[in-house]
Design a protein. Structure first.
Length: 258
């Protein structure tokens, strides 16, 4: 199932979310990572993270304002208090947790490769076969993500090329400058539709999120400034409620085709 069943929310319920909050919660997101966060033609942020953010703001009696910027710059901007929260499909990793407080997870996510359809690695059924096969090859990832860190650790002979946006990555994949891409499973499924199933395919092998928590993290969570313990408590309590009452499940069914 999509959500961790091990969430323990009972103790958080006591904190409630009634207390007065800032009128507007500012939320940093990347906006180019379907189906997590996208910007539509009218400039509105949509996607799973937009729905989670909107539900969270409602629960906390605040208006929501999304601020869109490069994934790589979200943590520095949270540090600088440019916004209150990060909601951007961001995985809770020990490295990031040194700089950011994370909420309880609101999703879990695996990772997968998009490869040229004729790649012999498509059918590989274990991690080492893929990593060995990618030696000397170039794989595209979004800059600052867990996916770059994972490949650097597990496939040190692979060149990892960082892209600020998936659109830039797509141009290089189409032009044959990349031997594949690596990202979250749900994002890669959408990406594959864009690059075209006649030339590319998902690897058979799914890299479980739990396969290397040090780099891939412990699920997707909301980022909160280290200084704001009170906001973290409120966000956790609100997420517990939204998980309990089915709001998170409804949003995941809407965006993840499950
Ligand atoms: N889950 C991955 C990470 O935390 C990728 C997230 C990318 N998110 C985005 N909105 N572009 O690094």
């Amino acid at each position: 199932s999509f959500l961790s069943k091990t969430l323990i929310c009972a103790s958080l319920a006591l904190l409630g979310s009634q207390a007065a909050m800032a009128d507007t919660l500012k939320i940093g997101t990347e906006g180019g990572y379907p189906p997590w966060s996208m910007v539509d033609a009218a400039g509105k942020v949509t996607g799973f993270d937009a729905d989670i953010g909107a539900a969270l703001c409602k629960e906390l009696n605040s208006d929501c304002k999304f601020i869109v910027q490069a994934f790589d710059s979200l943590i520095p901007s949270l540090d600088a208090k440019r916004f209150d929260l990060i909601i951007s499909g961001m995985s809770y990793t020990p490295e990031r947790a040194k700089r950011v407080n994370f909420s309880i997870p609101y999703a879990v996510e695996d990772a997968i490769f998009v490869l040229p359809k004729n790649s012999e690695l498509i059918g590989a059924d274990n991690e080492q076969t893929i990593f060995d096969g990618l030696a000397g090859k170039t794989i595209g990832v979004q800059g600052g993500t867990t996916h770059g860190a994972f490949l650097a650790k597990k496939a040190p002979k692979t060149t990892v090329k960082n892209y600020e946006t998936l659109d830039q990555m797509q141009i290089d994949l189409d032009a044959g400058r990349l031997n594949g891409t690596f990202a979250d499973l749900t994002s890669q499924s959408k990406f594959l539709h864009k690059v075209g199933e006649q030339n590319f395919a998902l690897s058979k092998l799914v890299i479980k999120g739990s396969s290397d928590p040090e780099t891939l993290g412990y699920g997707i969570a909301v980022g909160i400034h280290k200084d704001n313990a009170e906001l973290k408590a409120k966000v956790d309590a609100a997420l517990c409620k939204l998980i309990d009452d089915g709001t998170v499940k409804t949003a995941s069914e809407k965006w993840f085709d499950i």
